[in-house]
Design a protein around this ligand. Structure first.
Ligand code: 5RP
Length: 272
């Protein structure tokens, strides 16, 4: 692997632990002003010290992220559909590699919609992005999107979608956690991170998801709503960091979350 590509990956997936906590704040590209992400800067700023990577579009990057902040950027470069459409799969590449380089981002991300009306379009778009990424040393993340069909989040479907992305040549895949997730990991010869999906009922549900995904072989999370839609987003991301980077148990993460909530945080859990 070329030095630039390898260096960018090391900035996102921490070599000290081999894991990563990515903060996903790119929802507005098709969902508009998502609850608790209406003002992106307000949501992002307090969480950034605890994120290994921030996922945003170029619009949010330029308007709402201070260029002096050092967190690596995962730039969403696909779009073209909005939440108003029944079929969200009709996406194209919306940001050029040239602009990604100009923005000095660490990686680019594009959704693929396997099994959808626009399956071929999204896979060909991904191939083009990977070609350009190889040219510039820019890692590409494929996101195995399911649109509104959340029931697609099972091992059979996700193993297929993740493997297709790996075969096209991406450096990393973002997918969903599911039952038998190790089957998805085993069939995908590149690192996987998991999204959180819509907000879960309890913190314990979120910590279980993260813990189980890591146990099954994910290198980390690229999570949004379950962090910033929480009443205690900083405590939430810090507890997730403890699981991802320190292999904290769910019980310890819950205790850590409760302590952080009450302002009794333990210093040893600070940014790894
Ligand atoms: C938006 C995305 C999100 O980045 C991804 O779904 C992760 O966020 P969440 O944890 O809220 O699901 O791809 O399209």
């Amino acid at each position: 692997m070329d030095w630039g590509m390898s260096n960018r990956i090391s900035r996102m997936i921490k070599p000290s632990t081999g894991h990563s906590v990515m903060l996903a704040c790119d929802h507005g590209y098709f969902m508009g002003p998502t609850r608790k992400l209406e003002n992106p800067r307000k949501t992002i700023e307090p969480l950034l010290p605890f994120a290994d990577t921030l996922a945003v579009t170029r619009g949010v990057l330029r308007t709402s992220v201070d260029p002096k902040w050092e967190t690596p950027i995962l730039l969403r470069v696909s779009g073209g559909a909005s939440i108003l459409k029944e079929d969200l799969s009709d996406e194209e590449i919306t940001t050029s590699m040239k602009d990604a380089v100009r923005l000095n981002v660490t990686s680019v991300a594009l959704s693929i919609f396997v099994g959808s009306n626009h399956e071929k379009q999204s896979l060909v778009n991904l191939s083009r992005l990977v070609d350009e990424g190889e040219e510039y040393g820019m890692p590409v993340m494929a996101i195995t999107a399911v649109g509104k069909e959340l029931e697609k989040r099972d091992a059979k479907y996700l193993a297929l979608a993740c493997r297709l992305a790996a075969e096209i040549g991406v450096q990393i895949v973002k997918t969903y956690y599911c039952e038998n997730f190790s089957r998805v990991v085993d069939g995908t010869p590149v690192p996987l991170v998991v999204a959180g999906g819509p907000k879960l009922n309890t913190e314990m549900d979120v910590f279980n998801l993260v813990h189980n995904a890591l146990e099954d072989g994910a290198v980390g999370v690229d999570m949004g709503r379950n962090i910033w839609q929480s009443e205690h987003p900083v405590a939430m991301i810090r507890a997730i960091r403890a699981i991802v980077h320190e292999r904290a148990s769910v019980k310890d993460a819950l205790q850590f979350f409760e302590d952080e909530k009450k302002g009794k945080g333990v210093e040893s859990h600070a940014h790894v």
